[in-house]
Design a protein around this ligand. Structure first.
Ligand SMILES: C[S@@+](CC[C@H](N)C(=O)[O-])C[C@H]1O[C@@H](n2cnc3c(N)ncnc32)[C@H](O)[C@@H]1O
Length: 238
């Protein structure tokens, strides 16, 4: 394991550049490493928003726009803002042939400093994004600020399996198999080593829930998939 994570000062630039490099095959990579399950988890997370058909939503760290598109389908009279700082990921998202595309607004910006007024969104989603932002608590505070009272945040990310021997197997898959699968698509690309290493310091399900409560969310529900390897947090603003 000779891979070194970028330090905090370097992280944003590194993450932005690396996602741009892998953007054209990012969706294929996700399909391969999750066996297509990420599509089900993304639909599940959008259902958890409970949004009405005219809701105004924000998909943070939108990447190639899977969740953005699901939000657009769930709110056919609403509007979906989708934000990411990787030009490459946004280009793929903008080129996709989504239905209702005119209601999806893709913006290049930083999730740590949201360019929106307070109380604008009924729901915020973030898929595999909290693990990547440089300042987790700061990003959660920004999300809380832009939500309407009673609004909801839904985050999908990797979690930690609580059964020790299964946790070891999942770690072997994540640290040894996933990078090899990624490098079949992009030989020599170290982003596929970044992805598992970025989970080392990322809080487990219970700790993330406590952090969400500590920044001011009033209630947080947690849904685990694959015994916790994948996890969804649903956090409500008072
Ligand atoms: C693993 S991808 C997830 C993409 C998409 N949400 C999905 O679930 O397929 C993480 C995305 O977060 C974006 N990202 C990471 N940190 C960010 C930040 N501080 N501001 C905006 N986007 C960020 C990256 O550019 C990348 O597109």
């Amino acid at each position: 394991m000779s891979y070194q994570l970028p330090d905090d000062a370097e992280k944003a630039r590194y993450v932005e550049q690396k996602f741009t490099e892998i953007a054209p095959k990012y969706d294929l990579f996700n399909d391969i490493i999750t066996g297509g399950m990420h599509r089900y988890w993304k639909r599940f997370m959008v259902r958890q928003t409970g949004i009405s058909s005219d809701a105004v939503c924000l998909d943070l760290c939108c990447g190639t726009g899977d969740i953005t598109h699901c939000l657009g389908q769930a709110a056919p009279q609403g509007k979906v803002y989708a934000l990411d700082f990787s030009q490459g990921m946004l280009e793929v998202a903008r080129q996709r042939n989504f239905s209702g595309k005119e209601r999806l607004l893709f913006l290049r910006s930083d999730a740590n400093q949201l360019p929106f007024s307070s109380g604008k969104f009924d729901a915020v989603t973030i898929g595999y994004g909290l693990r990547n932002v440089s300042h987790l608590q700061n990003c959660l505070q920004e999300i809380l600020r832009v939500l309407v009272p009673g609004g909801v945040l839904v985050s999908l990310d990797v979690g930690k399996i609580r059964i020790p021997w299964l946790f070891e197997i999942s770690q072997f898959y994540f640290f040894h198999i996933v990078p090899r699968l990624g490098k079949l698509l992009y030989p020599g690309q170290d982003m596929f080593d970044y992805l598992p290493h970025s989970s080392i310091d990322y809080p487990d399900q219970e700790r993330l829930k406590r952090i969400m409560l500590s920044v001011g969310f009033k209630q947080v529900d947690v849904f685990d998939f694959f015994l916790g390897a994948s996890t969804i947090h649903v956090a409500y603003k008072a």
